[in-house]
Design a protein around this ligand. Structure first.
Ligand SMILES: Cc1cc2nc3c(=O)[nH]c(=O)nc-3n(C[C@H](O)[C@H](O)[C@H](O)COP(=O)(O)OP(=O)(O)OC[C@H]3O[C@@H](n4cnc5c(N)ncnc54)[C@H](O)[C@@H]3O)c2cc1C
Length: 357
């Protein structure tokens, strides 16, 4: 075993949005920590639109635990944006463009239900009449929806960690970890707690690769639309959401399972163009294509908590399609579990896979 040069409370592996938010909590609470990330493979966080949408899917269902998740997430992200000098409006409506009367009827029926009413509205006439969004029968808008620039926060947080000399660019070598006397050693770093937040690359983690992950690859286009100063998220066959810069928009995303290739493909580019043109009327230019592996799980819930056998080893993963809204809630759950022995929400706890029935 190497002689330790650094002695920390936490070693965090992976700085996607999950590792970013968890290390933000550590920093805020003045813990000694190191974050380690390899830049070798794309993070899902860099491909994501960062949308937090209360009403999801064809069946217009309320997203899991949204009432609890969104206040925790927005409070944390506002704090982070302030600290990192990002001045932006986070709240944005998601406006659905309906092609068929049945879709509009479904929207109206749902919004008449008490649980849904606060989240579903009718957009103002300027949005109803937006000429570039093709709509046959009308539009519906959500309230309490947000767009968080998680890729930008990840980038700025990395710089912050580098300035504090607590960031290591390294591909974590699991065979170089040793556990002894209530501590762990990784190369020359001695630590009390190891947090694994590697997203879909968890399959290379020998401690946690037995868990039922089911990654879903996603791709998106970044397009330029001249003279469209739009700060609204539109949803038809795809989402069209504002991106970095006034005339840039994110168009996505696609889904593909059973692939480990995290890079963009020509096939999905063609699919996205068709989907975009089915709902957008106007000129545009493609400036980039992004892709990533969403760390989804078989039961579509995160996986948080302590390793069943190794003390001091934890997982913070399984954010799936909703890492923006889930990461702050999950990071707080794990933080309070480690620091204050608070129980983890059973729906997201690793114990659902390791406890005896
Ligand atoms: C096209 C697309 C669109 C999406 N849109 C949205 C959206 O609008 N809203 C939303 O909430 N979610 C969205 N998502 C999902 C969201 O991106 C994920 O839920 C979230 O980013 C997962 O974050 P993570 O930190 O768990 O993983 P990642 O962002 O993948 O980060 C994992 C990090 O761990 C690092 N790593 C892995 N293994 C190692 C190792 N051995 N050593 C060192 N570092 C390692 C990787 O390099 C990476 O940086 C989208 C995803 C895609 C692909």
């Amino acid at each position: 075993m190497e002689k330790p040069k650094r002695d920390v409370d936490f070693l965090v592996v992976g700085q996607g949005i999950a590792g970013t938010v968890f290390s933000f909590l550590l920093d805020k609470n003045q813990h000694r920590f190191i974050v380690l990330d390899s830049e070798a493979k794309p993070a899902a966080t860099d491909a994501a639109a960062g949308i937090m949408n209360p009403i999801t899917g064809k069946h217009l269902t309320l997203s899991w635990n949204y009432q609890e998740l969104y206040p925790i997430a927005t409070t944390l992200y506002k704090e982070m944006c302030r600290e990192l000098g990002l001045e932006i409006q986070l709240e944005k409506p998601v406006v659905r463009a309906f092609k068929f009367q049945t879709q509009l009827n479904d929207w109206e029926y749902r919004s008449s239900q008490q649980r849904y009413a606060a989240f579903m509205t009718s957009p103002p006439s300027t949005i109803q009449n937006e000429p570039r969004i093709k709509t046959a029968v009308g539009k519906g808008a959500t309230a309490y929806s947000f767009q968080i620039p998680i890729h930008e926060l990840r980038k700025r947080w990395k710089s912050h960690l580098m300035d504090k000399a607590v960031y290591l660019e390294d591909s974590f070598d699991y065979s170089a970890v040793a556990w002894e006397g209530g501590y762990g050693m990784y190369k020359d770093i001695k630590f009390k707690h190891l947090i694994c937040s590697e997203g879909a690359y968890v399959k290379h983690n020998p401690y946690f690769n037995y868990l039922p992950f089911d990654p879903a690859k996603g791709e998106a286009l970044i397009i330029r639309i001249n003279n469209w100063y739009n700060d609204i998220i539109y949803k038809g066959n795809v989402f069209i959401a504002p991106w970095d810069g006034e005339e840039l928009f994110w168009v996505g995303g696609t889904y593909a399972w059973h692939t480990e290739n995290p890079y963009p493909t020509a096939e999905k580019k063609a699919q996205l163009i068709t989907q975009l043109e089915s709902m957008f009327d106007g000129d545009y230019e493609i400036v980039d294509q992004v892709a990533g592996l969403r760390p989804a799980t078989k039961d579509r819930k995160p996986i948080i908590g302590s390793h069943p056998d190794i003390q001091g080893l934890y997982i913070l993963n399984g954010m799936g399609t909703k890492g923006t809204s889930l990461s702050p809630y999950c990071a707080k759950q794990l933080y309070n579990h480690i620091l204050h022995k608070a129980p983890i929400d059973p729906e997201i706890s690793i114990d659902r896979f390791t406890s005896s029935p």
